[in-house]
Design a protein around this ligand. Sequence first.
Ligand SMILES: [Mg+2]
Length: 249
Amino acid sequence: MANYDTVILDIEGTITPITFVKETLFPYVTSGLSTFLDRAWGSKELKNQIELLREQAKKDVDAHSNQAVIIPNESEASAAEIKSAVIETISWQMKADRKIGALKSFQGYMWKEGYESGELRGEVYDDVVPALDKWKADDKKIYIYSSGSVPAQKLLVGYSTKGDLMSYFSGYFDTGVGLKTESTSYKNIARQIGKENDTEHILFVTDNINEIFAAAKAGYQVVISDRPGNAPLGPESKNYKIVTSFDQI
Ligand SMILES: [Mg+2]
């Protein structure tokens, strides 16, 4: 790649296997939810999280969303009824792979406990840390841009299979700056990191071709990450550099 002084990395399919999210993180929530609710019941944090889900559920019911159920208030229902509605709410939203704030927040809340207890560790490919070391040694700034929430990103890299990697990263971005398939999102990030007029010195690495198009349109340099288990690359990817390991960047 030509001169670049800033690297922005995707997570899923780029530094982390897609299977980690689908086969470890998501099942951790669905299979552990009931015992988690029993364990955390009565805590202020759980109350806050349920309130977020409750507000979202009300919006969904008002919008006549098929599977949406109301989560009753504590004054009008038993703990068992509230828990059951919470489980139903999370279950249908996760099956639909919904990217909604209240759900993401709840997932992050559960994952935090899993990471902190050592039950979860963010899977990071072997070739990633040597590349991070090299970029650091070359004084390049490194950021994350992922559709997972910023708190979830920090947990994954903070409690990773390669140790705490947080010191490598100068910042984290999620869909708060916009969708990953829209070029304005990449312009927003560039503005936030002081590189609004210098996007050609930013390198973005991701597995998703639509994200590649969007970042390239914003003037970024781009590299496609082709990892085991990723979606097959189409003919349109041939115009870009494709790597199967970070040492090829
Ligand atoms: Mg990805």
